[in-house]
Design a protein. Structure first.
Length: 111
C-alpha cells in the first residue's frame, strides 16, 4: 500500500468520471471557452507593471522575492498542467512565466 500504486488506481477512477468535452450543457461549454480568455487576461493585467519597470526603469515598491516566488510557483503549476494534460492551465502558466520572468529580470537589472 505504501509503494505509490494506490495513487495510480485513484487517478484511474477519477479519470473515468471526467465530463465530456465539449460539454453538452451550454453554460459549461461557455465556461470552457471563457477560461482561455481569463487565462490570458490574468498575465496581461501585469503588463503595466512590466512597462513601468522596463520603460520607466523604476522598481520602487516592487519585490524581487515576491515576483521570484510567483515565478517559481508558476513553474510548478505548468508542470502540473502538463502532467494532467490540462490545456487551460498550460496556456495560462506559459503566459504567467513569460510575464513574471520579464518582471524578475527587470527588477534585477534596474535595482
Amino acid at each position: 500500500m505504501f509503494d505509490g500504486q494506490h495513487h495510480v488506481h485513484k487517478r484511474k477512477r477519477i479519470h473515468q468520471k471526467h465530463e465530456p468535452y465539449p460539454h453538452p450543457e451550454k453554460w459549461k461549454r461557455l465556461m470552457d471557452r471563457l477560461i482561455y480568455i481569463v487565462g490570458i487576461l490574468g498575465p496581461v493585467m501585469s503588463v503595466p507593471q512590466l512597462l513601468d519597470i522596463w520603460i520607466g526603469r523604476s522598481t520602487a515598491g516592487v519585490s524581487l522575492v515576491t515576483w521570484g516566488a510567483f515565478l517559481l510557483m508558476s513553474f510548478f503549476w505548468l508542470a502540473y498542467g502538463i502532467m494532467h494534460r490540462d490545456k487551460p492551465i498550460i496556456l495560462t502558466y506559459i503566459c504567467w512565466i513569460a510575464v513574471e520572468s520579464m518582471i524578475v529580470f527587470g527588477i534585477i537589472i534596474y535595482s
